[in-house]
Design a protein around this ligand. Structure first.
Ligand SMILES: Cc1cc2nc3c(=O)[nH]c(=O)nc-3n(C[C@H](O)[C@H](O)[C@H](O)COP(=O)(O)OP(=O)(O)OC[C@H]3O[C@@H](n4cnc5c(N)ncnc54)[C@H](O)[C@@H]3O)c2cc1C
Length: 338
């Protein structure tokens, strides 16, 4: 049976921690976003901000992270921590928490964060709120953890009032990223993991990056051309592909469009899909249900085309065109010189 570690609810004081996930040896895109929010939380509660990294050969990663607005980088450097495996990551995080008692631990709601953070939280018998879209500090000094609940119809504010640390996974692309600065120099500390914490019953055989073979990652795109049920079928999505190619963007879809097979599941935006924050988001034939809005409303600019002038999508759009997408898109393609 997995050993549980009791960490006294009152015995915190180790500040705010960010878990830094590495993707092919470099910090995942969610990490600067977590640092931006973590800095805000740490300042509000007069606490320190540390970034925790697990892996092997972490010197350059540590130096890079030290340029962010943080107070310390804590490196757990061991060959057994590269590549990622949930058992040692959870065990080493539990050891670190027991040794240094952070008040708050944030990680990205990525496949990695979603897998090992709850294991660590369960082992130390504290709470974890998954998939948060906002965080704040209450007047009582508690972490207010906001996440969509009840099918996305309400935003729940959750606090973990007794146990410590307060643990959270945060969606990628919902928070403003912190910038790295050449001049900064956070302290770099090392943590030697206990050999028994590095044991694992699994080994990684192969790494298959997530791709649907249709171009760049949705999360990385500056321009997203999204279509909904109003695009009528695969033909409509081919039109969106042509527009996306012209604009240097990536096609996305609502859940009904994915369910119909007009776009692959990796392209679904919304509560049960991806969160995106492109510079420009086009919404064609999308009504603007809350389940969709939660995945795209923090985009830089939103342009919506819908036949129905009362469609809710217009309430979040910077530009709205009440018209037929099958007239607007060909006109745009013509304008773009296709
Ligand atoms: C638990 C849960 C999770 C969910 N998760 C997600 C999610 O992750 N992502 C998601 O998207 N949805 C999700 N949904 C579904 C969501 O509630 C909506 O049903 C969905 O977003 C609606 O998709 P849509 O806008 O494509 O379709 P519709 O709501 O049917 O809207 C189609 C729109 O197209 C317009 N239109 C029709 N023809 C044209 C035309 N020729 N030109 C221009 N406009 C036209 C119509 O006026 C209409 O506004 C979830 C639902 C639940 C219950």
């Amino acid at each position: 049976m997995t050993e549980r570690k009791r960490v006294d609810g009152k015995a915190a004081g180790g500040g705010v921690w960010i878990f830094c996930e590495l993707e092919s040896g470099v910090p995942h895109g969610v990490v600067p976003e977590l640092i931006g929010k973590g800095r805000e939380l740490a300042d509000k509660s007069a606490a320190s901000l540390s970034v925790v990294v697990f892996g092997h050969g972490l010197e350059a990663v540590g130096d890079g992270l030290a340029r962010y607005p943080i107070d310390a980088v804590i490196l757990a450097d061991d060959p057994a921590l590269d590549p990622y495996r949930p058992e040692p990551y959870a065990a080493v995080l539990v050891d670190l928490i027991a040794a240094r008692r952070p008040d708050v631990v944030l990680a990205g709601a990525t496949a990695v964060g979603r897998e090992f953070m709850p294991r660590a939280a369960a082992r130390i018998e504290t709470g974890l709120t998954a998939d948060c879209v906002d965080l704040d500090i209450s007047p009582e000094g508690l972490l207010v953890q906001t996440c969509p609940s009840f099918g996305g119809n309400v935003m729940a504010n959750i606090v973990c009032s007794v146990r410590r640390p307060q643990m959270v996974t945060v969606r990628h692309k919902v928070m403003r990223p912190a910038a790295a600065d050449r001049m900064r120099g956070a302290a770099i500390e090392c943590f030697d993991p206990a050999p028994e914490s590095l044991r694992a019953r699994t080994r990684r055989l192969e790494w298959l990056p997530e791709t649907d073979g249709s171009g760049p990652h949705l999360a990385d795109a500056d321009i997203v051309v999204a279509g909904g049920r109003g695009m009528g079928g695969p033909e409509g999505f081919r039109l969106l592909e042509r527009l996306a190619r012209r604009l240097g963007g990536v096609v996305a879809a609502t859940r009904p469009a994915v369910d119909e097979g007009w776009a692959p599941p990796t392209r679904q935006v919304g509560q049960t899909g991806r969160t995106v924050r492109p510079k420009l988001y086009f919404a064609f034939g999308i009504s603007g249900a809350v389940h969709h809005l939660v995945g795209m409303s923090s985009s830089g600019r939103i342009a919506a085309v819908n036949k129905d002038p009362s469609a809710p999508i217009f309430s979040v759009a910077d530009w709205g065109v009440a018209a037929d997408a099958f007239e607007v898109i060909p006109a745009m393609l013509k304008e773009l010189g296709e």
